[in-house]
Design a protein around this ligand. Structure first.
Ligand SMILES: Nc1nc2c(c(=O)[nH]1)N[C@H]1C(S)=C(S)[C@@H](COP(=O)(O)OP(=O)(O)OC[C@H]3O[C@@H](n4cnc5c(=O)[nH]c(N)nc54)[C@H](O)[C@@H]3O)O[C@H]1N2
Ligand SMILES: Nc1nc2c(c(=O)[nH]1)N[C@H]1C(S)=C(S)[C@@H](COP(=O)(O)OP(=O)(O)OC[C@H]3O[C@@H](n4cnc5c(=O)[nH]c(N)nc54)[C@H](O)[C@@H]3O)O[C@H]1N2
Ligand code: SF4
Ligand SMILES: [Mo]
Length: 629
């Protein structure tokens, strides 16, 4: 036997670091980085703990069947064979489909970003579609909506979800609500290499987390006000002419004329001279007249450089003269309302820093960017993401080397069964009526809509769950709906703003039972500024209570001087005990809980996507009461 090195990758999180498994006498003993693999420069501590996770006594290796009724203190788990498990499940699911329609079964999966499901999720979708259910619940609205689906409404493509940052060739890297040092190691190592060759880095984060310490600009934004910051940056770039006019004219709808009277795009069919009803219209500043845009050919009859981006232009229509403005002029007017000084008062980012960052974005392009859950878990996520997408378009870096690009993938046949689901079944996705542009349009069910269907039978009862692991106007800034500013009635009692971030040692609700990881981070933590703590009689390391209008949960105080004094940052996912270290678990619901989501609520959610406001809630922090005994 001896020692074998098996080329593989770590599937524990989205980074999927290239690795070599060291197998000694048939036993998996270590995981090592594989620098010859594109993502193999390094492994994090979780990857290094892989053998411990594989051998962990709590790891489930066989199907278990509940033998006591739900609610019983002991579920009475009994091991069964795979055949029995599969036959039982198949029979029950087919009965539900027969009696209530296949849509009554919701399929659910943990996020591929926090598990090995990325390799299996296409097969799960094939199963779901072949079964006939339009409902996949994977909390797309919490960490996938902005990167993937909301951006489709700006680009027609998923940016930066599918069009990834080309770190190797970027002149400037922009990370917004994203900490790759914790969340995606391969992006962190790629960024460090880019910095070494002179690339600039801009980080927007309420905390000086990860690479923020090495950034040329770290913008300490008040949680949930990122949309205002994006509009202010756009304002500066437009006012100073720091934008790629050629890209904007050729590749965006910026030159298209919008009618002042209706606010709608002018169509060639509206023109007195007549024209193709489906064609849009721009203003030829050289010829001094309207020109049609053929969407099928993607072309104007004149060189794009002649198209006006500003000004009011009177166009002769069948209903008389109509004043029109290029769409870009409307964007500029909207952004003019968000001058840096105003944005400073809303976001806490100094106006001078906004100016300088805009200059860096322009002068150091191509810009490669990534945004993630710092932006996703808000009541205003969709508009924030749209504002950032609009800003990014101005850099002209979309789909260019060093910007955000579609990397070549290994050619494989799609196996997700996209054609297997009949359109009439697809239309039944839960939540589609409530949010027609939201995740349900793409067969994703939000947590909110799933629970409404289960508890209230609205719009129809969800009876089965197959669980794998767990045209608004231009973008406008909207204050988070449950912040001290939007809810002054609550601000007196809850003056602080609660956000959250992922810890390096664990994925979401997992891994607290793995000794080598838990020993580095034994307790749930809440980060706060030392002055905020001192004002409440809290010392570093004290147990404290994080209080919101929905109750309180416990955590240990950890000081972080990079935070605004009004902002505190908690951690999600604490419940497991670690028997090996004798460290406790925490009840998910009862007093003494450390479950952050116990004191947060789904509502008020983002009107388009249903994203939950987990990152900008009113709160306070108080010293923990002494034990009653
Ligand atoms: N170690 C580890 N890695 C993981 C995971 C894990 O749990 N642990 N989970 C995986 C999954 S499922 C996901 S979705 C990704 C997420 O990856 P990230 O999105 O990078 O993770 P977070 O640390 O939650 O959030 C990123 C940053 O957003 C900041 N932030 C908080 N509120 C705001 C805000 O209002 N505005 C801005 N601009 N920033 C804000 C936080 O301070 C944090 O530094 O990570 C994946 N990788
Ligand atoms: N307050 C707050 N709440 C949050 C977040 C936050 O940042 N703050 N983050 C949100 C985000 S971004 C996400 S993605 C969700 C994550 O929430 P979940 O999707 O529930 O993810 P986990 O908590 O990591 O649980 C994953 C489960 O899947 C199992 N698992 C792991 N690998 C596999 C596999 O290959 N197959 C199967 N079948 N099972 C597997 C694990 O054992 C574990 O039980 O939480 C969200 N909730
Ligand atoms: S960052 Fe860590 S957990 Fe994620 S794939 Fe790489 S080694 Fe595994
Ligand atoms: Mo996630």
């Amino acid at each position: 036997m001896g020692v074998e090195q098996v080329p593989t990758f770590c599937p524990l999180c989205v980074s999927r670091c290239g690795a070599r498994a060291i197998v000694t006498d048939g036993a998996f003993v270590a995981l090592e980085p594989d620098p010859s693999h594109p993502t193999g420069a390094a492994l994090c501590i979780k990857g290094k703990a892989a053998p411990e996770i594989v051998r962990h006594p709590e790891r489930l290796l066989h199907p278990l069947k509940r033998t006591n009724p739900k609610g019983a203190a002991d579920p009475g788990w009994q091991p069964i064979t795979w055949d029995e498990a599969l036959d039982t499940i198949a029979a029950r699911l087919l009965a539900l489909a027969r009696e209530h329609g296949p849509e009554s079964v919701v399929f659910s999966t943990t996020s591929p970003s926090t598990s090995a499901m990325s390799d299996a999720v296409d097969w799960l979708n094939r199963l779901r579609r072949a079964f006939g259910s339009p409902n996949l619940c994977t909390y797309m609205e919490l960490c996938g909506w902005g990167r993937y689906l909301a951006s489709v409404y700006t680009y027609g493509e998923a940016v930066p979800g599918a069009y990834l940052p080309d770190l190797d060739h970027a002149g400037c890297i922009l990370y917004w609500g994203y900490n790759p040092s914790v969340a995606r190691l391969a992006h962190a190592t790629g960024t460090v290499a880019a910095l070494r060759r002179g690339a600039k880095l801009v980080v927007v984060d309420p905390r000086k987390a990860g690479l923020a310490g090495r950034a040329d600009h770290w913008l300490r934004v008040r949680p949930g006000t990122d949309g205002a910051l994006a509009l202010a940056l756009t304002h500066v770039m437009i006012e100073r002419g720091w934008f790629d006019e050629d890209f904007v004219r050729r590749w965006t709808n910026a030159p298209l004329l919008v009618r002042d009277d209706t606010g709608r795009l002018l169509r060639a069919g509206d023109l007195a001279a007549g024209g193709e009803p489906a064609h849009y219209v721009a203003w030829d500043s050289v010829g001094g007249g309207p020109v049609g845009y053929d969407p099928a050919l993607g072309r104007y009859p004149v060189d794009e450089a002649r198209l006006a981006l500003s000004g009011t232009h009177e166009v002769a229509t069948t209903a008389g003269p109509v004043a029109c403005r290029p769409a870009f002029d409307l964007v500029a007017a909207q952004c003019r309302r968000m001058a840096p000084a105003l944005a400073e008062s809303m976001t806490g980012v100094p106006a001078a820093e906004i100016e300088q960052t805009a200059r860096t974005l322009w002068q150091s392009r191509p810009v490669a960017f990534y945004t993630w859950s710092g932006l996703e878990q808000h009541s205003n996520t969709t508009q924030t993401v749209r504002a950032i997408n609009q800003l990014y378009a101005l850099t002209g870096s979309f789909d260019t080397r060093g910007g955000n690009v579609l990397f070549p993938a290994v050619p494989t046949n799609p196996i997700d069964g996209a054609g297997l689901l009949a359109p009439e079944q697809r239309a039944k996705a839960l939540g589609r009526a409530r949010r027609p542009l939201g995740p349900a349009r793409f067969e994703f069910v939000t947590g909110e809509d799933l629970y409404t269907a289960v508890l209230d039978g609205d719009p129809y009862p969800a009876r089965g769950l197959v669980n794998f692991g767990a045209n608004p106007a231009l973008p406008e800034f909207e204050e988070p709906r449950i912040s001290p500013r939007s809810r002054p009635d609550l601000a007196h009692r809850y003056p602080l703003i609660l956000t959250c971030a992922k810890p390096l040692w664990f994925c979401e609700t997992q891994h607290r039972n793995v000794a080598s990881l838990r020993k580095s981070a034994p307790d749930p933590q809440v980060e706060l500024h030392p002055d905020t703590a001192a004002a409440r009689g809290i010392a570093a390391g004290d147990w404290v209570r994080i209080q919101t209008p929905h109750g309180d949960v416990r955590a240990r105080a950890r000081f972080n001087t990079s935070l605004d004094r009004q902002v505190v940052c908690g951690q999600h996912g604490w419940w497991q005990a670690c028997a090996e270290l004798g460290l406790p678990g925490y009840p998910p619901f009862r007093p003494g809980s450390a479950n952050l989501n116990l004191v947060l609520r789904q509502q008020p959610s983002d009107p388009v996507s249903g994203s939950s406001p987990l990152r900008a809630s009113v709160c306070d922090v108080a010293a923990a009461l002494p034990d009653p005994d």
